[in-house]
Design a binder for this molecule. Structure first.
Ligand code: FAD
Ligand code: FES
Length: 264
């Protein structure tokens, strides 16, 4: 069981939860997820990326309200307990010396990359964080992510579909221009880490393939058992079907077979 110690409403749709977990709960790795039973009325647990675990005994989740599971979680009071299983799944690869980690998040995809961003910033790694959303109000930024540094070791840029903040357009357009800028730096080579809606992941993977850049994506398929048994979360890879819950949720983008874009 985990105790909800802090519940912060980021905006009307998104909450940051802090849970105190049992001493035996292993320290999660970036990319891993937990399965939460937010109410006894719901048969299936809901998966959420670990959005922070920098302090021992604490796990943070950044949750967008969607349906019953997320809404019952948001209705919980501080001090209440929930059943939280994990950490589950694999993790991202480390950027090697000379590589710049370029994190690309769309919408609630920030949740899947937040812990990685803080860990890399803490380790002193060079980092570019790109965040996209539909509008200014939907941008998940603020204190959620590491701040930009004056020496550009950590760089943060954002985009909105309606141009109300940052680059007017998609986060993948922003990615292209950031990669062009990095290309002028002969020492640094980028490594991409992406989480967001399927169309964004498909486009980011295509950009990475065209530029021959390593790219990992965190997939958020709808899950049922969460243990690899029901095959409800399969994705197609070049080596056949893989389950997001037990083979992922982090995949090498070059290994994934993305569905065709609707207008392709
Ligand atoms: C590995 C993994 C990590 C995730 N991490 C996070 C996270 O950090 N923060 C977060 O807010 N969400 C995350 N999700 C998505 C989250 O699990 C779902 O939003 C949640 O289960 C919805 O539960 P619900 O009962 O509120 O909605 P439901 O009533 O189950 O569904 C409401 C609506 O949301 C849609 N939906 C449900 N699950 C998903 C999904 N996985 N992707 C897209 N649409 C979905 C349904 O089709 C339906 O339209 C993650 C999913 C996975 C698999
Ligand atoms: S959710 Fe059952 S196999 Fe992944």
């Amino acid at each position: 069981m985990a105790r909800l110690t802090r519940k912060v409403s980021i905006d009307p749709r998104n909450y940051l939860f802090t849970f105190e977990v049992d001493r035996r709960f292993p320290k999660p790795l970036p990319g891993q997820f937990v399965q939460v039973a937010s109410s006894i009325e719901l048969t299936l647990r809901r998966p959420f990326s670990v959005a922070g675990a920098s302090r021992p005994g604490e796990v943070e989740l950044l949750v967008e309200l969607r349906g019953k599971g997320t809404r019952t979680l948001a209705a919980r009071h501080e001090g209440s307990t929930v059943s939280l299983l994990g950490p589950m799944g694999n993790t991202f690869s480390e950027p090697s010396t000379g590589e710049v980690a370029v994190l690309v998040a769309g919408g609630i995809g920030v949740a899947g990359l937040r812990y990685l961003a803080h860990e890399l910033a803490e380790e002193g790694k060079r980092l570019v964080i790109l965040v996209g959303a539909r509008t200014r109000d939907a941008l998940l930024l603020g204190d959620l992510l590491p701040s930009a540094t004056e020496d550009d070791r950590v760089r943060v840029a954002f985009s909105t579909d309606d141009g109300s903040a940052g680059h007017w357009g998609t986060v993948c357009e922003l990615l292209e221009s950031e990669l062009d800028a990095l290309g002028e730096d002969r020492i640094a080579s980028p490594r991409l880490y992406c989480c967001g809606p399927p169309a964004m992941l498909r486009e980011a993977a295509a950009i990475a393939a065209a530029r021959e850049i390593p790219c990992e994506v965190l997939l958020e398929e709808i899950m049922a058992c969460g243990t690899g048994a029901c095959r409800g979360c399969v994705v197609m890879t070049k080596h056949g079907y893989r389950t997001v819950c037990s083979d992922g949720p982090v995949f090498d983008a070059a290994e994934l077979v993305f569905e065709e874009a609707p207008n392709a």
